[in-house]
Design a binder for this molecule. Structure first.
Ligand code: SF4
Length: 380
């Protein structure tokens, strides 16, 4: 199985982080701030200045995420999309994240006209009680409405994100969530197990004994259920957490998993660019002031050694169902992955969690269930 254009690997992706949210969801550890205490127009001007630094780069995919990009005033969001598309008319896939409850038909029409062709809707759950537990501000009805509005706006490539292993859920409730997502006929579905992140409201509730995390076995069974239900409904699993109808795998994210470079713009955005991993200031005011003063916004920067590139490429490739394409990998890194990782590959193949077939090294279904553990131990 090969779900990507081999050229995706050499394409550079653009990610723009809009770090504003209405309130903090109970499970979220992503950097975001309440929009009410900031000047979004000023931040957008700073983001546009940072974008200008890369205007000569050949970008092929763009992704505006957050945070909640759709919380921005319409003219700012449309202006940002237009600026990106006009600067890089070569962009072939342009995604924007949208929170249900913030899907305004006229705004979606305008961003579609300006160049967005893919929308990723943060549905998370079709169970109202679960939405409340997660601290989401939208309702189940908002999700249906968001998909309707996106379709009416002409968007033909819609993704939905779902969270499973939510305290109190079970295989039946998760099955109903999957069926609801499928019934909407979207092109792409992502499923993520809830992780209890440090500093979140859910972590505090678990520590206080108010919430009981889902046990590991149920978590695994929920994941397997997602694979079975989604694949039998025409969604191919192309990455550990991602499923798409044929031809609708997210090219921007494939760029990451193929080991490609990406440029992150905005507060807290991360980049892998010209041999360095960098991160911008995680502070809206600090970021804006730095841009306005002509100062650098990168606060962390480390070179990526050849050894890291090799390891990183292997581990990212293994997240995809197609795994490591042996010839491609050798061309990119100058090394045969079977020589480099032979000891661990042999062990994983013996354990039935990995297979080597038709020029590819990939995780089996059994391996996908414990992918995080396996990839953590996939060392040179
Ligand atoms: S909307 Fe998204 S980024 Fe904002 S708090 Fe919720 S999960 Fe985090």
């Amino acid at each position: 199985m090969s779900c990507h254009d081999p050229k995706d690997r050499s394409r550079v992706g653009l990610y723009v982080h809009i770090p504003f949210c209405q309130t903090k969801c109970h499970y979220c550890s992503i950097y975001s701030e309440p929009i009410g205490v900031h000047d979004p127009a000023r931040l957008c001007r700073a983001i546009e200045s940072e974008l200008n630094q890369y205007k000569d780069v050949d970008l092929r995919t763009a992704y505006i995420g957050g945070g909640s990009p759709t919380i921005l005033p319409a003219e700012l969001l449309v202006g940002l999309v237009s600026k990106i598309k006009q600067t890089w008319p070569t962009i072939e896939e342009f995604t924007i994240e949208c929170n249900p409850g913030q899907a305004d038909e006229r705004v979606l029409q305008a961003i579609k006209a300006a160049g967005v062709d893919r929308i990723s809707i943060g549905a998370q759950s079709f169970d109202q009680q679960e939405l409340v537990l997660l601290g989401r501000r939208h309702t189940v009805a908002d999700i249906y409405q968001a998909v309707r509005v996106a379709r009416r706006a002409g968007l033909g490539n819609i993704g939905l994100d779902l969270i499973y292993a939510i305290p109190g859920s079970n295989l039946d409730t998760w099955y109903r969530n999957l069926c609801a997502a499928i019934s909407l006929g979207v092109e792409h579905i992502s499923t993520y197990a809830l992780t209890i992140e440090t500093g979140t409201a859910i972590e505090a509730a678990v520590a206080a004994g108010k919430l009981e995390p889902i046990d590991e076995e149920t978590d695994c069974r929920m994941y397997e259920l997602a694979i079975d239900v989604l694949e039998s409904s025409g969604y191919q699993q192309y990455e550990i957490s991602n499923f798409a109808r044929p031809g609708f795998a997210c090219r921007h994210n494939l760029g990451y998993w193929l080991g490609g470079q990406y440029i992150g713009i905005g507060p807290a955005a991360a980049s892998y660019w010209q041999g360095r991993l960098t991160r911008n200031l995680m502070d809206v005011r600090g970021y804006t002031h730095a841009i306005e003063a002509g100062l650098p916004v990168i606060c962390e920067s480390e070179p990526v050694s050849d050894r890291q590139v090799i390891w990183q490429t292997a581990v990212l490739n293994l997240r995809m169902r197609q795994g490591i394409e042996i010839v491609d990998f050798a061309e990119k890194t100058g090394h045969d992955p079977l020589d480099l990782f032979g000891h661990v590959i042999d062990r994983y193949v013996r354990d039935g969690v990995m297979a080597v077939e038709e020029g590819r090294i990939f995780l089996t279904r059994k391996g996908m269930l414990i992918a995080d553990y396996l990839l953590y131990h996939f060392v040179l």
